[in-house]
Write a protein that binds this ligand. Structure first.
Ligand SMILES: [Cu+2]
Length: 148
């Protein structure tokens, strides 16, 4: 009986963190208050496995689509200029872009749990960065925030 009660208490204590997925927000902004342009806000976001992210464009010209994802994760692409929610079901780091503003450095990172693919993201950025002409340092700084 005592063991049953302990099990029950443990279950009830851990249950909220296991079952309740959180929703996070990323704003896709043409400009922010500090004068930065074509920016994901926040550019780096750490979430838990199973959490969702609501991508909110400031106007019709932005979307979010995955560039580098962990192995086994499905790619995502939100509709242009529309708010959309993406669920992250695979652990690891996701590098994503706004399709029209990739060259302007409109990229972001979502880390889901442990960044199991950190080396792959950093290696692929070395190739991808040749296509980014603006805000390249900002993207590099965002990628540098990925850690295990
Ligand atoms: Cu954009």
């Amino acid at each position: 009986m005592k063991r049953l009660i302990i099990t029950l208490v443990l279950f009830l204590t851990l249950m909220p963190s296991l079952l309740v997925a959180k929703e996070h927000q990323v704003k896709m902004l043409t400009g922010d208050a500090s004068g930065q342009t074509m920016i994901m806000e926040p550019a780096f976001l750490k979430i838990a496995l199973g959490d969702t992210v609501r991508f909110i464009p400031s106007d019709a010209s932005h979307n979010a689509q995955s560039l580098v994802s962990p192995k086994g994760a499905s790619a995502f692409s939100t509709p242009m200029g529309k708010t959309a929610v993406v669920e992250f079901k695979q652990e690891g780091a996701y590098l994503y872009k706004c399709l029209p503003h990739f060259a302007l450095g409109m990229l972001g990172v979502i880390q889901v749990g442990k960044a199991v693919n950190i080396d792959d993201v950093k290696a692929q950025w070395q190739t991808l960065q040749t296509g980014v002409v603006m805000n390249k340092d900002r993207v590099a700084a965002t990628i540098a925030k990925i850690e295990n």
